[in-house]
Design a binder for this molecule. Structure first.
Ligand code: P6P
Length: 290
């Protein structure tokens, strides 16, 4: 429905993602095989990635007010309605964890306007975590102002609120992607400090690692690498939504040089260095990379 309040559309979009989450989870067994070809980021694609992507496109296309669907698995956005709201999805973040049976998730970013969009255009963001139980973490509202809540996703796809999430004052965990020899020297020096203070928690799925930071406090990053100065994670589908959620939960995000939400959107699959967590840890990172 064109012209509907973007935040109301966002709530419908989050409900739609929760509604199909049990079906995504139930469809994972038997879809661990790699398909031919690559996604727009040049990564191999699992049958589970395509399965989740198709389910989410259908569900979000039926959500009132959603006009555009975009996915990490597709080269271009898809028109799914006459609304002005665009939804960008990483259907299965960390899908390589499927074979090892480790947690993974669905990441959703709801933008008021066309894609690619700035993080400042977000009206909501959330993720479903396929862990020991299926949960959703989500916020609806202006960046930096929305409350972040955790929900239990029931077998019927309903959402039962478990409570608000706010970053603990005292950090406990850290996790950084990329290979140590590929870290720039200034980032490696920062990690040398942090690893003396916190416990390593890195599981290969951004959304599961960010969930640890939200629960226990700390810092997660996939930094700029010597071999990849823009890092690995995608701004539209990964960087912006986790920056929105962590900043709304009382933390900070940074490319290494300011909030991820301020990065100019230049392409649907553009990559960005991602660091999110407690403000003091992010501020120390920026000082180390200055
Ligand atoms: P690596 C998953 O493929 C992903 O996009 C993120 O979820 C995760 O943080 C990162 O890549 C893991 O990358 O290089 O550790 O396998």
């Amino acid at each position: 429905m064109a012209g509907r309040d973007p935040e109301a559309v966002a709530e419908s979009a989050l409900d739609a993602v929760a509604a199909v989450a049990p079906e995504v989870r139930d469809g994972l067994p038997g879809r661990r095989r790699y398909l031919d070809g690559e996604n727009p980021s040049g990564e191999r694609v699992l049958a589970a990635d395509v399965f989740a992507d198709e389910l989410l496109e259908s569900a979000l296309g039926d959500a009132d007010g959603v006009g555009t669907y975009a996915s990490e698995e597709r080269a271009a956005p898809v028109d799914v309605g006459d609304g002005a709201v665009s939804v960008a999805v990483d259907p299965l973040d960390g899908s390589s964890n499927l074979r090892s049976n480790n947690p993974m998730g669905t990441v959703v970013a709801v933008y008021d306007g066309p894609l690619p969009a700035s993080g400042r255009d977000l009206v909501a963001a959330g993720f479903v975590l396929y862990g020991p139980v299926t949960t959703m973490v989500a916020g609806v509202g202006p960046p930096g102002e929305a409350a972040v809540d955790e929900f239990l996703v029931g077998d019927g796809g309903d959402r039962e609120e478990l409570g608000a999430l706010h970053l603990p004052d005292e950090p406990t965990v850290y996790g950084f992607g990329g290979r140590v020899p590929d870290w720039p020297a200034d980032f490696a020096a920062y990690v040398d400090e942090v690893e003396d203070e916190l416990k390593l928690r890195y599981g290969g799925a951004m959304i599961a690692d960010v969930s640890q930071v939200l629960a226990y406090g700390g810092v997660f990053g996939y930094p700029a690498l010597e071999s990849a100065p823009d890092g690995k994670l995608r701004l539209q589908f990964e960087g912006n939504p986790v920056a929105y959620l962590v900043e709304c939960a009382g933390g900070r995000s940074s490319t290494g040089d300011g909030s991820i939400l301020d990065v100019e959107a230049t392409g649907l699959h553009q990559r960005v260095p991602v660091h999110v967590g407690n403000a003091a840890l992010v501020e120390r990172l920026e000082a180390a990379l200055a």
